[in-house]
Design a binder for this molecule. Structure first.
Ligand SMILES: [Zn+2]
Ligand SMILES: [Zn+2]
Length: 255
């Protein structure tokens, strides 16, 4: 009833173009079609999208994952980082446009949909035993923000995205076990510089909460993967069993 009254006063509209939609916080079909959503075929480990007409079997691997150099043990992204996703992601991250949270987290839940039930195998081809099993995550950790940034921005965009995902998957969110030191912005640095800049930035302050756990990291965007790789390094050192990730958008480079 209350929602119906609100919908009467503020009719639901697309957060991007203001066209009328059936439910608050959803995209209109025109805007939905403008995103470069990632679907199959894609790398079964990191979700890297392959050209649509490629048949690579049931467990396709990208060259990075095939060589074991993947940043995380498993990753999914809802869409490709491009002009359209950037126009949602950046205002959400920096300009307080938290009204985008619903559509971004929904898209991320959809990207995780294929593993609901969490019985996905990584590797193997159906005949041979899989090389490893996909363990269900026990914990969600939003990629932490340094206190100084949190103070300035007022919110951690990764923590906002984590809430609907946590509710949907029925997993707890841990925002207290990993801390991030302040470092100047990495915006215009190359992959190597970003990796060097991020080294040592995270600290596991409650190793007991991490030990033996399979962890799902949540962030808005993956660019070079340096942040995820560094987080995995410290979480594994603290005894995490596996470290996965889900992002709204990711940079897709030719590999
Ligand atoms: Zn729209
Ligand atoms: Zn891959």
């Amino acid at each position: 009833m209350f929602c119906e009254v609100l919908d009467f006063i503020f009719p639901p509209s697309c957060p991007v173009c203001n066209a009328s939609v059936s439910e608050q916080g959803t995209l209109c079909s025109d805007c939905w079609a403008k995103f470069n959503w990632i679907s199959d075929p894609k790398c079964c480990v990191c979700g890297y999208p392959f050209p649509a007409n490629l048949d690579l079997g049931s467990h396709p691997l990208c060259p990075v994952c095939a060589s074991g150099k993947n940043e995380l043990d498993w990753l999914r992204a809802a869409c490709v980082y491009d002009e359209f996703s950037r126009n949602i992601m950046l205002p959400f991250k920096h300009a307080g446009q938290i009204r985008y949270n619903k559509i971004m987290s929904r898209a991320m839940i959809m990207a995780l949909r294929e593993v609901e039930g969490w019985r996905f195998e990584v590797g193997g081809n159906g005949q041979q035993p899989p090389t490893s099993y996909f363990l269900p995550p026990a914990l969600i950790i939003p990629v932490p923000l340094a206190y100084r940034r949190l103070w300035k921005r007022g919110y951690n965009q990764a923590a906002l995205l984590s809430r609907p995902i946590s509710r949907h998957l029925n997993l707890p969110i841990d925002v207290g076990s990993v801390r991030r030191k302040y470092r100047p912005d990495m915006g215009h640095k190359n992959a190597k510089q970003r990796a060097e800049n991020i080294r040592g930035v995270f600290e596991v302050v409650r190793p007991d909460a991490i030990k033996g756990k399979t962890i799902l990291l949540v962030d808005d965007v993956m660019t070079t993967g340096a942040t995820f790789a560094e987080l995995r390094r410290v979480l594994k050192r603290a005894g995490a069993k596996a470290v996965y990730g889900v992002v709204f958008c990711r940079v897709v480079r030719a590999i």
